[in-house]
Ligand binder design. Structure first.
Ligand code: ADP
Ligand code: MG
Length: 254
């Protein structure tokens, strides 16, 4: 499992996360929601061992992310918010390179990459340079790169952004299937429909703290609200936005 105990993270003395306690069990698909700047990316980078907590402890499958960050990185597949890919490689070369770093046997790589490229409709453009790809296509390549070694732990930071409906549906259904095999999946998203339908558990971050957690049904019951969007807006202090919108509309007329 993934376990965060009383985690804080500060950047140059400024707290981005504080008092974070979280457990994610194998088989779960855990959703992290929260407004821009609430700490989602920070939390996912901490779990993926990309950055270190300022205090508190984080273990992934029993391995400490500070002491054993290389072990954690090896069994984790992480899709960053803005993937930095090698611009001068083509898609196939890039995936082959990642697979070799991940020590995926050649036969397995060929098979997986071919399947993924076909599913995401990239098979016709596999010799296109990464540097020339559209945002959504880069995102697809980053997702394939993160999954090519069949990681135990999958961390996706707003990975559905920019995906076309077909690819988004394929990714959602694939994640559900992978979770059934006992993998651990955690991701951030602003897409409420994805969070509600796909996640077995959710946490809502606000200003670096978890302000609410539970299954969607638990959150729904607790807040006696209809949609996840309503609950999100309520717990992040944005319940009544009418005055804001009216004032904006007025300011554009003056
Ligand atoms: P989210 O992903 O929810 O939008 P982030 O985790 O990116 O939030 O950011 C949380 C807070 O930490 C923000 O105030 C952001 O400005 C700050 N922050 C994130 N990364 C850095 C960094 N590398 N250096 C300084 N501040 C950062
Ligand atoms: Mg972010």
């Amino acid at each position: 499992m993934i376990e965060l105990i009383n985690v804080t993270k500060a950047y140059s003395g400024k707290l981005a996360l504080s008092g974070i306690n979280l457990q994610v069990q194998p088989g779960q698909i855990y959703g992290i929601l929260g407004p821009n700047g609430s700490g989602k990316t920070t939390m996912l980078k901490l779990i993926s061992s990309i950055i270190k907590p300022t205090s508190g402890s984080i273990t992934v499958l029993g391995h400490d992310t500070i002491i054993e960050n290389n072990v954690v990185k090896a069994f984790t597949g992480y899709v960053p918010e803005t993937p930095a890919l090698y611009e001068s490689m083509n898609i196939w070369e890039y995936l082959r390179f990642i697979a070799s770093v991940r020590k995926v046997p050649a036969g397995q790589y060929e098979k997986r990459a071919t399947e993924f490229l076909k599913a995401f409709e990239l098979d016709q453009i596999s010799s296109d340079y990464i540097g020339n790809l559209s945002f959504g296509t880069r995102q697809k390549v980053a997702i394939i790169a993160a999954l090519i070694h069949d990681p135990q732990v999958i961390v996706l930071d707003e990975a559905m952004n920019g995906l076309d409906p077909r690819s988004s549906k394929i990714l959602k259904d694939l994640l559900a299937k992978i979770a059934e095999r006992g993998k651990i999946i955690i991701f951030s998203t602003h897409i409420m429909e994805v969070a509600q339908r796909l996640c077995t558990r959710l946490s809502i971050l606000y200003a670096g703290k978890i302000v609410d957690s539970g299954t969607f049904e638990e959150l729904e019951k607790k807040h006696s609200e209809g949609t996840l969007e309503d609950i999100f807006l309520k717990v992040t202090g944005s319940e009544d936005l009418d005055p804001t919108v009216n004032s904006l509309a007025e300011s554009m007329r003056e």
